[in-house]
Design a protein around this ligand. Structure first.
Ligand code: FES
Length: 118
């Protein structure tokens, strides 16, 4: 598997996010700007809650809805407790009116979080 079109551009407005599954893993795709989208593992590294139910911030971070861990969407790094480990980030691009993700191109060295229990 390589680049895969996960959404048409008109499916995801700026500031929207969607859950997709690639390689058996839940991936959260976020359209940050008209010309930029990012893809991260959908599982919070604190207690494995789904991040696609979280809140996008103006500084391009995502807050987990469970206990408010905050992750940088470009690096995967948490910016404060309770999460201490980064979330995996993946190659993502906008091209040909679609959003593409290459699940095999992880762009940081974060460990794959445990899958959600629900
Ligand atoms: S599960 Fe995300 S902050 Fe606790």
């Amino acid at each position: 598997m390589a680049w895969e079109a996960v959404a048409d551009l008109d499916q995801l407005e700026e500031g929207d996010m969607m859950l997709v599954h690639l390689g058996g893993e839940p991936i959260c795709v976020i359209r940050l700007y008209e010309d930029e989208a990012v893809a991260v593992h959908n599982t919070c590294t604190h207690q494995q809650q789904p991040l696609n139910e979280g809140y996008l911030q103006e500084d391009d971070t995502l807050i987990c809805p469970a206990h408010n861990s905050c992750f940088d969407l470009r690096t995967g790094a948490p910016s404060g407790v309770p999460a201490v480990d980064p979330i995996p980030t993946y190659a993502c691009k906008i091209e040909d009116d679609a959003i593409w993700v290459d699940f095999e191109q992880q762009t940081n060295d974060a460990a794959i979080p445990h899958k959600p229990y629900h």
